[in-house]
Every structure is written in structure tokens, then in C-alpha cells.
Design a protein around this ligand. Sequence first.
Ligand code: ADP
Ligand code: MG
Length: 239
Amino acid sequence: MAAIELDRISKRFADGTVAIDDLSLTAADGEFLILVGPSGCGKSTALRSVAGLETIDGGEIRIGGEVVNDVAPPDRDIAMVFQSYALYPHLTVERNMAFPLRMRKVAAAEANRRVADAAALLGIEALLQRKPGQLSGGQRQRVAMGRAIVRQPRAFLMDEPLSNLDAKLRVQMRAELVNLHRRLGVTTLYVTHDQVEAMTLGDRVAVLNGGIVQQVDSPHRLYRRPANTYVAGFMGSPP
Ligand code: ADP
Ligand code: MG
């Protein structure tokens, strides 16, 4: 496990779009931190920068105190879960989950053990021999989570992982995520555009708008004591 620190990071794309402007944010070691904001406010860019999938123009990203600006994505030792599950359609669930371990040359016995443990944790033991096309959306998302868990990364990055699910399943999966975090205790930076999701999932929530963090606080305080009119409007605070 490790803290994730974004220290005054900025990202401008080649077309001149400033996606992130001087953003600072810290997920403490073992914390589940939510980053919430409207579409286009820079959430995915921030996560992708932490993962090393975007090169930042300014600032520093630290994982477990180590500056990772120049560390290649596979060497950052963090796992990302997306809204599109990005499973390999031709591989079974078991092989999808074991894939990152094979790439890292983890011994077969150890890989099997980790896949079995993660499958039990997520309640997908009975699905291991199926292919992604034979799974529901919720099951696919569990497999995607399983693939992240087996790597035993020092942090998770989740980019709207529930947004492709129907409303009922989304609510159920929120509870499962909270439980999963309690059991694994891995530092998680979780991105969503959904205020209700942010309020239910996070101990601490960072509200982002226009590439700038507006406030970081408990859900209760964001609602009761918004730092500015933007946060008040976004969280639906009483006037
Ligand atoms: P969010 O995830 O909060 O919806 P993004 O981080 O995807 O927001 O995008 C932030 C801003 O950066 C948006 O204005 C978006 O259009 C822009 N953007 C994202 N990716 C690119 C890109 N590859 N090239 C140019 N602009 C981009
Ligand atoms: Mg996004």
C-alpha cells in the first residue's frame, strides 16, 4: 500500500486544451478517496496521469513517497479499473485474471492461488471457465476488479467503474466496493461524475471543476459547509 500524491500537476493537450491546472490532491495510505466532478472536468486525465498513461507538463506525482513522473506505467505498481472492462474476449475469466501475472512471470502455482482467492472474494468462482461474452455487465466488472486485485498492487485507480451498470446493480456494487476496500485496505483513487455515488462511497471526497480542486472534505461537510457556490450547487446543498 502507498499514498498517492498529486502535487501541483498540470496537463495541456496538443490542441491547447488545459485539462488540469495546478491540481494537488493526496490519497493517504489505505484511504478510499473519491474524485467527483462533471463530465470534462479532468478526472480521467488526472487518473491517467497517475497511471502514467498521460505525460504531465508540470508538477510531481508520488506513489508511496517515490516520484514516478519518469517511471514507466508497468513499473508504477498500481492497477487501473475502467468503465469499459477491457477484458480479452477470447480468454476465459480465469485466464483474463491471470494475464497480468503471466506478464510479470509470477509462478503458475502462485498465480492460480491468487486467482482463486480473488474469485472467492468477488463471488465469481463459478464463472472462471466462461468467456467475457457469456457474462453480465456486473459479472464482467467483477472480473475486471479481480484482474486488478490479483496483481496485489500498492494502489487502485478506478475510473467510473460502475457507470455502465444499471441503477440497481450500481447500488449493490457500491456496497461491495466498500466491503472490498475494508478487507483489502488498498489505497484507492476513485473517479465518478455521480454525486450520490461520491456521497455513499467516500470517507473523503474531492470536488473537481475546470481542472481545479474546489474542496476536499467528508460528504457531510461538503453538503453542509460547501466552500463556494460551485460546490454548493453541485452537491445540492440547502441555500
Ligand atoms: P472527465 O474524465 O472529467 O470527463 P477528461 O479528463 O476526460 O474529463 O477531459 C478533460 C478535458 O480534456 C476535456 O475538456 C477533454 O475534452 C479534454 N481532453 C481529454 N483527452 C484529450 C485529448 N487526448 N486531446 C485533447 N483534449 C483532451
Ligand atoms: Mg472521464
